[in-house]
Design a protein around this ligand. Structure first.
Ligand code: AMP
Length: 209
């Protein structure tokens, strides 16, 4: 199954994509994760992407499209995948249509106030990347990772100014692509304000799983 997950930051896209990937045994391809991994490893791609990411801006299309085409051509993605964070605008959606067919697009909806509350409280382990939330999923000891005891930090692009910018871009550029997929009859929508388990049930039901 070839799937795309669309939703604002904080909608739980990554969490749901992870759960579904386990169920369907297909790769979960997150462009944000690929960029973060490259930043960690100080690659050329990482250095270039970081300039945009820290300010909450989109990385240029040409760079992301090249990256995703390369990733989709790998063996494990031939029969199915879950795309998370791509496409993010019509340019990217068109490039993707030329590269492959998509079976379903899952839109996870969330209002801005809830999105800001969820992302503003997000803390990430500096070392292993485990994600917590100060209110909804706190670590056992404040500021420290349960897995390895390392410091928990707030990603630069999770800070308030960057979040507002990211949501603005989402409404302006990403949300409209759901219409593009709706016209093709492959869009399903779920309410992202529900619990993680309930959103998962909705997605499975609407995908016929
Ligand atoms: P995410 O974790 O998906 O919110 O992505 C974090 C950041 O990576 C975004 O704010 C962008 O700067 C960059 N990014 C991820 N995916 C894309 C994409 N498809 N197009 C452009 N920039 C992207």
């Amino acid at each position: 199954m070839k799937l795309i997950f669309i939703g604002p930051q904080g909608s739980g896209k990554g969490t749901q994509a992870f759960r579904l990937k386990e169920k369907l045994n297909i790769p979960h391809i997150s462009t944000g994760d690929i960029f973060r991994e490259n930043i960690k490893n100080n690659t050329e791609l990482g250095i270039e992407a970081q300039k945009y990411m820290n300010e909450g801006k989109l990385v240029p299309d040409e760079l992301v499209i090249r990256l995703i085409k390369d990733r989709l051509s790998q063996d494990d993605a031939k029969t199915g995948f879950i795309l998370d964070g791509f496409p993010r605008n019509t340019e990217q959606a068109k490039a993707l249509s030329e590269a492959t067919d998509i079976d379903k697009v899952v839109l996870i909806d969330l209002d801005d106030a809830t999105a800001i509350e969820r992302i503003g409280g997000r803390r990430t382990c500096k070392k292993c990347g485990t994600v917590y939330h100060v209110k909804f999923n706190p670590p056992k000891e404040e500021g420290k990772c349960d897995e390895d005891g390392e410091e928990l930090i707030q990603r630069d692009d999770d800070k308030e100014e960057a979040i507002k910018k990211r949501l603005e871009i989402y409404h302006k550029e990403t949300q409209p692509i759901s219409d593009f997929y709706k016209e093709q009859g492959i869009l399903i929508s779920v309410d992202g304000s529900k619990s993680i388990d309930d959103v998962e049930k909705d997605i499975n039901k609407k995908l016929g799983l």
